[in-house]
Design a binder for this molecule. Structure first.
Ligand SMILES: Cc1cc2nc3c(=O)[nH]c(=O)nc-3n(C[C@H](O)[C@H](O)[C@H](O)COP(=O)(O)OP(=O)(O)OC[C@H]3O[C@@H](n4cnc5c(N)ncnc54)[C@H](O)[C@@H]3O)c2cc1C
Length: 427
């Protein structure tokens, strides 16, 4: 096994281009546009579409996808290096064709879609002509799928879906919904739920309200499915296969969020450092105070540790090409990311004093994002449980009364092992 922390020089040129492009052309967009998924907003066409075209021309569009789906198939390490730049800007993922939940929805359509589903839903999604929604969570719970009750029943050549979904991001802009519903209530949800594609505008599908967060447009929908009828060929995957289908989107989605979180935390860290060098109080710069230096040092090393964990996870995905083999790593980066962003953004907020806590600075929004990241795709606790379970697979319980690392026990074992040598020097 070799270790290598270098970036291919040719790819570094691409990264340099991306960095400048994101800072100069993409970061300003969030100050004049609403939601990045509002692709029919008049200014989207004027401001975002030309940037997407530049990205496509440079062959950097949808870099999470392989060539068979129109992406360059760079692999996860290169993607991580890209994504940590994109994480700085709210509009960067949509400009580069890799925004959630569309990236994950495209992956499951690519894996499980029929030729007709791919033609109608996947192709326009990949080209950025439409956006989509993923609806799994319900008002009564999301962390535990066993509480999900939205039901789909067969009727003639159709499925009829009834129930409610909660926090379905971007439903208001979506062209279609990928919906998880119970098709066999007699078995556990893990075997009895199926995935459906529901086109927007299907009768019976309504948005009860859009829920907003902190300073953003309200884009997370409370959805009602009132006898929503879709043809049988709108099932995605086989009956009872919803969790297997969902797994394809979640592994990649979680690690891509983590990659982008590096960029957002870096943005907070840059502000923290600039402020420390710029602000004077009690005769010196903030940067000269040891308690401020500690904040900088802690932030730097937390971010660097997290970045290494994400990069190693990306590298392992590339090595194994099997998300099951990197479950622990993905759960670990998912669990680590909210804390890293929260702590660095909170220090940046605090060091900026009154303006830091105000709506004139981005820090409160970043802290809210940290909490969001601790919930979207499952709460931190659930991912820590996965890490712990996977870690414990590598251990065995001790059958003896005292474990081998108990000092008297270890000393007795050592004396037995070296008995001959000890006897030789004995007086
Ligand atoms: C920004 C954002 C976007 C989202 N987008 C979507 C989307 O597009 N589609 C979709 O379907 N859903 C989406 N969600 C919903 C998300 O998947 C759920 O919020 C998540 O699964 C948690 O479900 P819940 O909100 O019902 O919280 P609950 O399940 O009620 O959990 C609440 C809290 O209980 C604690 N908890 C839960 N389980 C355990 C446990 N086993 N051990 C210890 N403590 C535990 C945790 O502190 C957890 O935060 C989104 C959420 C956010 C924040």
């Amino acid at each position: 096994m070799s270790w290598n922390f270098e970036t291919d020089p040719a790819f570094q040129l691409e990264l340099d281009w991306i960095d400048q492009f994101v800072r100069e052309e993409v970061e300003p967009l969030e100050h004049v546009l609403g939601s990045p998924w509002d692709i029919h907003a008049p200014l989207f066409k004027t401001l975002v579409r030309p940037l997407q075209q530049q990205v496509k021309t440079r062959k950097l569009w949808a870099c999470h996808l392989g060539p068979e789906l129109g992406g360059p198939g760079y692999g996860q390490v290169k993607l991580a290096l890209m994504n940590e730049i994109l994480g700085r800007a709210l509009f960067a993922p949509i400009v580069f064709g890799c925004q959630a939940p569309d990236s994950g929805n495209a992956e499951i359509l690519a894996h499980y879609g029929t030729p007709a589903q791919k033609e109608r839903f996947l192709l326009p999604l990949l080209s950025g002509d439409i956006v989509s929604c993923f609806a799994m969570t319900e008002p009564q719970g999301g962390a535990d799928p066993q509480v999900l009750t939205t039901r789909a029943v067969p009727e003639g050549n159709d499925w009829v879906i009834s129930g409610q979904k909660w926090f379905a991001s971007n439903a208001r802009y979506a062209n279609f919904f990928i919906v998880m519903a119970v098709t066999d209530p007699a078995v556990s949800v893990y075997k009895g739920m199926s995935m459906f594609i529901v086109p927007a505008g299907t009768p019976g599908l309504g948005i009860l309200r859009n829920v907003g967060m902190a300073d953003e447009t309200a884009t997370h929908a409370y959805l009602e499915f009132d006898q929503v009828r879709v043809p049988a060929d709108h099932m995605l995957g086989a009956p009872g296969e919803a969790f297997a289908v969902a797994q394809v989107r979640l592994g990649g989605g979680r690690v891509h969020h983590a990659m982008r979180t590096i960029g957002l935390a870096q943005k907070a860290f840059d502000a923290l450092c600039e402020r420390a060098l710029s602000r004077h109080t009690q005769g010196s710069r903030l940067a000269d105070k040891q308690m401020v230096q500690e904040k900088i040092a802690d932030s730097w090393l937390e971010l660097e540790q997290f970045r290494l964990l994400v990069m190693r996870t990306a590298w392992r995905i590339d090595q194994y090409q099997d998300y099951q083999k990197v479950r622990k790593d993905i759960a670990a980066v998912k669990a680590a990311m909210p804390r890293v962003l929260h702590d660095i953004a909170a220090r940046a907020l605090h060091l900026h004093g009154s303006i830091g806590v105000s709506s004139e600075m981005p820090f409160a929004g970043m802290i809210s994002r940290a909490f969001q990241m601790g919930l979207a795709d499952g709460p931190t606790e659930v991912h820590k449980i996965t890490v712990a379970k996977q870690v414990l697979r590598g251990y065995q319980p001790c059958e003896a009364l005292f474990p081998a690392y108990h000092r008297p026990t270890a000393a007795a074992a050592a004396r037995q092992k070296y008995q001959a040598a000890l006897d030789e020097i004995a007086p």
